[in-house]
Structure formats: structure tokens, C-alpha cells
Write a protein that binds this ligand. Structure first.
Ligand code: NIG
Ligand code: FE
Length: 386
């Protein structure tokens, strides 16, 4: 393939990769790769990409919230539904009531669908427990999901998602910071700590207390920030060198600059934007200008983003947010890996894990062009076809 001079994708026409021990060892044009002694898999044309990485999901939950979808279509807002006892806390009730086995069985079916659409690595958050025991239960389910359908699961403790009904705010935040965060860190159940910084959730000051606890426990942080309003969450998260700040519809220039300086990845979630029929677009031009890496993710959750298709989200990122096809692909590969703090995947390059997808398409731009392309024709996880 002609890496076209400034082609950010580094495409190779008539390319080949050599794999060994689950890793990529050589990449180039077919004639340049030494095939001696290797089993040859002919993909028969099409395009090979890195396995897709979904860096923001709430895959483990009880129940669904299909009725809220109908309420929103009838005119109720996300905030009104939350204030009326629906929203996140209704999923909390269903998640507390479900057994670990029930949560696992339902999450496995969703993970099968994500995998079939091209995912080889998926981040999974807790956050529908709001008490330590249920948060631990959710994270144990995330751990049990790891490897299902060949997917690497990266668990995140979503520490501050909603205030439990009837709880005292200050006491709750303090308990999460002092007790739950260290408990989950010590048990090795999460790779990072997340929170929802928003006027219907928690202030930047409240989140800071939990982020300080995460830092003390040696866990990196990420944040749901600037989704419905500008709470200066992304700038605060950047002070903690957050791996990512996610949503970001209401991010301002100062926030974008703070993220760039900290190396914090912007994770855009177009399916949540679509589902909530938001109109305030994330400032993609500001992110580009500031040099912030942009990832995209499904945000699969029962309330605001019931989707299990990564290619659909690529299309939405292009159609709704104006990402180029290359930005959309980078957003679900190399930049999504960075959002998870992983540097062993997300690119087709020597030394990377051989997590790969073969797509039956003529042009790579078709990934973001079809409105929900069916999944890859073949998917390889650490070199094995799955
Ligand atoms: O990423 N914004 C907060 N959390 C989820 C929504 C969770 C829910 O409504 O259940 C999100 O969109
Ligand atoms: Fe989310």
C-alpha cells in the first residue's frame, strides 16, 4: 500500500502481516514479508484493521429502560426522568436485585454482539450499585467477562455516578473516597476510577475528593465531563493527568488546552448524543487545534446509549460530529487504546498484539460510511481466529 505521504492511517495496498506468538512481527507489502515456514491465511482482498477497542461502556446492568426511551420521545428530558426517580437509579434498583450469575449471563450476550461487530478490547464500568457491595459485585462480573468471545475486558470503578436516594451528599462522597475506592483498589478489581461530573450528578470539587483517593491507591482516573453543561470537569480531571475525559459536548477552549497539556484523551460518545437528541456539538475543531487525541466509544448503557455496534458509532461520529473516516477509525483503535492506558494494541505494527479485523469492503472509508456496517468477516485475537 502506498502510505500516501500524509495519510494518518498509513495504509498499505496488497499488504501482509506476519504473526508469531500472538503478536505482530512484520508488516509490509505482500512480497516484502518473509512467509517462510508460516501458515498462510489469504484474506482474499478487503481491508485489515486493528481489532476495535470500545473504551467506554456500562455493559453490566440489570433490566433495561426501554420505557424511558418512549418517555423521551413523548417529550420528557433525561434530567426530568432522573428527577422523577427514573434514569440511573432505576437501573441501580434492577442491578442490586440481580444475582451475579444473572448479570453475567446478560452481559455475555451483549459482549457477544460487541465482539461480532469487531471489538477485541472493551472497557466495562461499574456504577449501577452505588453501594460498595454491589459495586464489587459488578466488578466481579466484569472480571468474569474477561476473555469471553476472546475480548479483553478492562474494568473501571465508576465511583460517583448518582447519589443514592436519601443519602447525605457529603457523607456519601467521603465514604466512596475513604472506604470504597481503597477497598476496590486493594482487591485489584479495577484499572481506573471514573465519575460523572454534572449538575445532575457530582461537582468537580466532590469528584476531586475521590480522584485524590484514587491517586493514593495508585489508580489512574477518567471522567464523564461536560455532557449536559460545562462544569469544568475536564480541566479538573487533567490536573489528575486523567487517561480520558468523556462526552465533552460543552467543553470550552480552556478545558481543551488543559487536556492537551495533560495528554488526556477526549472520548466522544455520539450514540448518547443521538439518543438524547442533543443539539450542542462537542468542539471537535477545538480538540484538533489543541492537539487532543480523539477516541470514540459506544457508551453502551441501558439509559442513553443502547447500542452494541462499533461500526454504527463510527458512522455516527462521522455524520453527527464531522470526524473524518480516518479519525473515526483511529478513535476506535489507537486513540481508544491510549484512553485505556494500553500501548500494546490499537495499531498494526511489529510488537503489537495480533488483535485484528478483516473487513469485506473495497475502501477503508466504508467503515464510517455504512450506517452500521455488519461486523468483520474475520476477527483475530492474539493471532487466533475467533
Ligand atoms: O455515559 N452520563 C452518565 N452515565 C451514562 C448514562 C448512564 C445511564 O443513564 O444509565 C452515560 O451516558
Ligand atoms: Fe458513560
Amino acid at each position: 500500500m502506498q502510505p500516501r505521504g500524509d495519510d494518518p492511517l498509513g495504509r498499505i495496498d496488497d499488504g501482509a502481516v506476519r504473526l508469531s506468538d500472538g503478536c505482530i512481527v512484520a508488516v509490509g507489502r505482500r512480497g516484502e514479508i518473509d512467509a517462510a515456514g508460516a501458515e498462510i491465511i489469504d484474506l482474499g482482498g478487503g481491508w485489515l484493521t486493528p481489532g476495535l477497542i470500545d473504551c467506554h461502556t456500562h455493559l453490566v446492568f440489570g433490566g433495561t429502560r426501554a420505557h424511558e426511551h418512549a418517555m423521551r420521545r413523548a417529550g420528557a428530558s433525561y434530567e426530568e426522568i432522573a428527577a422523577a426517580g427514573g434514569g440511573i437509579v432505576s437501573t441501580v434498583r434492577a442491578t442490586r436485585a440481580a444475582s451475579e450469575e444473572q448479570l453475567l449471563a446478560a452481559a455475555r450476550r451483549r459482549l457477544d454482539a460487541l465482539a461480532a461487530s469487531g471489538a477485541t478490547t472493551v472497557e466495562v464500568k461499574s456504577g449501577y450499585g452505588l453501594d460498595a457491595d454491589t459495586e464489587v459485585k459488578m466488578l466481579r462480573v466484569a472480571r468474569a467477562l474477561d476473555g469471553h468471545a476472546g475480548v479483553s475486558v478492562v474494568p473501571t470503578f465508576l465511583a460517583l455516578h448518582a447519589l443514592p436516594p436519601g443519602a447525605d451528599r457529603a457523607a456519601y462522597v467521603e465514604q466512596v473516597a475513604r472506604e470504597t475506592t481503597p477497598r476496590i483498589a486493594e482487591a485489584g478489581l479495577a484499572r481506573s476510577v471514573d465519575a460523572f461530573c454534572e449538575r445532575i450528578a457530582f461537582t468537580a470539587e466532590e469528584v476531586e475528593q475521590v480522584f485524590a483517593a484514587a491517586a493514593r491507591a495508585g489508580l489512574p482516573v477518567r471522567l464523564h465531563a461536560e455532557q449536559l453543561s460545562n462544569s469544568n470537569g475536564a480541566a479538573m480531571a487533567s490536573r489528575f493527568k486523567a487517561l480520558s475525559a468523556d462526552h465533552l459536548e460543552h467543553l470550552d477552549a480552556d478545558g481543551a488546552r488543559a487536556m492537551a497539556a495533560a495528554g488526556t484523551v477526549a472520548v466522544l460518545l455520539p450514540a448518547a448524543f443521538y439518543c438524547l437528541r442533543e443539539t450542542h456539538l462537542p468542539p471537535v475543531a477545538l480538540l484538533r487545534e489543541a492537539g487532543v487525541r480523539i477516541a470514540i466509544a459506544t457508551d453502551c448503557n441501558p439509559g442513553t446509549s443502547p447500542t452494541l455496534s462499533l461500526p454504527l458509532v463510527m458512522n455516527m461520529a462521522a455524520t453527527l460530529f464531522g470526524l473524518s473516516p480516518g479519525e473515526a477509525l483511529a478513535g476506535m483503535t489507537v486513540h481508544a487504546a491510549a484512553a485505556l492506558g494500553l500501548d500494546d494494541r490499537g495499531r498494526i505494527a511489529p510488537g503489537q498484539r495480533a488483535d485484528l479485523c478483516a473487513w469485506d469492503i473495497n475502501e477503508i472509508d466504508e467503515l464510517a460510511y455504512w450506517i452500521g456496517l455488519p461486523g468483520p468477516s474475520r476477527r483475530f485475537v492474539a493471532g487466533e481466529q475467533r
